[in-house]
Design a protein around this ligand. Structure first.
Ligand SMILES: [Cu+2]
Length: 120
């Protein structure tokens, strides 16, 4: 019984870490790797609604992911992800449509760090 209780506490602690940086890829999430200066994959297709990205920074500087609609309005923005770190980036309710996603750290987009996202 005692060991069972300890197991529950350990599971609760692991779950508590799920919202922020680091950790394993959540089930159902879309993995996007960030390097200098590219997203991989750079073309994404997702169902509209709640979308969960698993951002992995495999580069040597910090990167982020900003999703913009065709009018330039921001549909979602991740936290800044440090080199070697990962981040679970959730967009609560992405409408169907075409989007452009970029890293908005200075100079990154102009060096090729962008992609296209289609929500259907
Ligand atoms: Cu970047």
């Amino acid at each position: 019984m005692k060991w069972f209780a300890i197991g529950l506490v350990a599971m609760a602690l692991l779950a508590a870490c799920g919202g922020g940086g680091g950790g394993a890829q959540p089930a159902g999430s879309i993995k996007v790797t960030m390097t200098e200066f590219a997203f991989s994959p750079s073309t994404l297709s997702v169902p509209s609604g709640k979308v969960v990205f698993y951002l992995v920074n495999a580069g040597t500087v910090s990167h982020d992911m900003v999703i913009k609609d065709s009018a330039g309005n921001i549909a979602g923005r991740s936290e800044l992800v440090s080199a070697g770190d990962s981040f679970v980036f959730t967009v609560a309710n992405l409408a169907a449509g075409k989007y452009r996603f970029v890293c908005d750290q200075p100079g990154h987009e102009t060096n090729g760090m962008f992609g296209t996202l289609t929500a259907t």
